[in-house]
Design a protein around this ligand. Structure first.
Ligand SMILES: [Mg+2]
Length: 407
């Protein structure tokens, strides 16, 4: 018997929450950005009125303002986003225990066992949209299908506030014409590699020779072939089995106090490398960087900032952390403990497209850096973490080789 799986995706989540918090924003074109004061800050989300003016996610504030001079900007409020996210997931749980959050505004639901009580997938999806709108003021798009991959495609297919059913009868018609990278787990780079062998659509991928794909792309090739053919059988996990990762962080109490710019930079770099590698391992990026610093009198100061775009790169974490430290700390004062953590986590592929859109000038440099750091992860994984150092990790005297994790 086929499963009935829903993928629910909140529409313009950050912007919609901001409009709920400040209803006066609903009537004007508005956008959420990291730091409204910075012209080069980036648009993270926008409401429909801003969209109608041509404002797109990931463009800079000045580009958006040029298209839409009346655009009202607001900063981010992550604790409010989490609160709404929890409330919405609680609504999902009225229909099934099998609710698996994928990101702050997306969840899969397996409602196979709920059909007798609540009706078929489409009925449940439509009811969920009504209830969520009534209780939270937000709208969601829902994909209904027999596996998670197609359900996710369905929630992307039509929005806002829509239900798309992808079943055994219609999946070839709906899914096959879509470009390969519309499918989860097929990133831009993979799509380019597939295009190089003449595979542009999911239908072409489904029809391709599986042995060829496996030979050419390894396990990923075979996996994507299965997904394209509707053979994904990954279960929706029970929410109680999922430990929500809220942040990835590291703190080090140094063997001797750090003092001076050079010491501090080395410390920052080493901790950032560790945090970045763990973010990548979890396939996450963080929007927010937080630092904690303890002086020899054990006084602790914490600071945080929201990045323009989410990252899992050590270089960017270290830069943000150093900037934060500079805002609150005299670099000549000794430091006993330093912590860096990334919060506001998002799945790495949720923002990949935004990153490509963002600033074509330095996009390629950034992509190279992502490449490089991922390659380092591979080597560390294979040969142990001591095999790669960028210099910073050599600092035995600081005790940097004993980084502690605190998820
Ligand atoms: Mg969304």
């Amino acid at each position: 018997m086929d499963r009935t799986i829903l993928h629910c995706d909140c529409n313009s989540f950050f912007a919609s929450v901001e409009c709920q918090l400040r209803p006066e924003l609903s009537g004007v074109p508005m956008a959420v950005c990291g730091d409204p004061e910075r012209r080069h800050g980036v648009i993270l989300a926008k409401n429909d009125l801003a969209k109608q003016c041509g404002v797109v996610t990931a463009e800079t504030i000045w580009q958006a303002k040029r298209k839409c001079p009346g655009l009202v900007l607001t900063g981010t409020h992550f604790s409010e986003y989490s609160r709404y996210s929890r409330q919405i997931n609680e609504i999902y749980r009225r229909y099934t225990d099998l609710v698996e959050p994928f990101s702050i505004d997306e969840s899969w639901l397996d409602v196979t066992g709920s059909r007798a009580l609540f009706g078929d997938g489409k009925t449940i999806a439509d009811e969920l949209r009504t209830v969520i709108r009534r209780e939270t003021g937000l709208t969601v798009s829902v994909g209904v299908s027999f596996n998670k991959i197609f359900a996710k495609l369905g929630s992307d297919y039509k929005k806002p506030d829509a239900t798309t059913v992808i079943n055994r009868e219609n999946y070839r018609k709906i899914v096959f014409p879509l470009p390969t990278d519309a499918m989860m787990f097929c990133g831009k780079r993979m799509a380019q590699s597939l295009a190089a062998v003449g595979i542009h659509t999911i239908g072409e991928l489904a029809a391709a020779n599986r042995e060829f794909l496996e030979k050419r792309f390894g396990k990923a090739g075979a996996m994507l072939h299965s997904y394209a053919n509707g053979l994904d059988d990954d279960p929706v996990r029970d929410y109680r089995d999922i430990r929500e990762v809220k942040s990835v962080g590291n703190s080090v109490t140094f063997r001797r106090d750090l003092s001076g710019e050079e010491d501090i930079r080395r410390g920052m770099r080493a901790i950032s490398e560790n945090v970045a590698a763990r973010l990548r391992k979890k396939h996450m990026k963080c929007w927010v960087v937080q630092i904690g610093v303890k002086d020899p009198n054990l006084k602790t100061i914490t600071r945080q900032k929201t990045l323009d775009i989410p990252t899992h790169l050590a270089s960017e974490l270290a830069a943000a952390a150093t900037e934060l430290l500079r805002s609150c700390w005299n670099f000549s004062a000794p430091i006993r403990m330093l912590s860096i953590s990334g919060t506001g986590l998002v799945p790495e592929d949720a923002s990949a497209e935004q990153l490509c859109l963002f600033s074509p000038g330095d996009g390629s440099a950034r992509e190279r850096q992502e490449h490089l750091e991922s390659a380092l992860d591979g080597i560390r994984e294979k040969y142990g973490s001591d095999s790669v150092t960028t210099g910073a990790l050599l600092n035995e005297d600081l005790g940097l080789s004993e980084l502690h994790s605190k998820d």
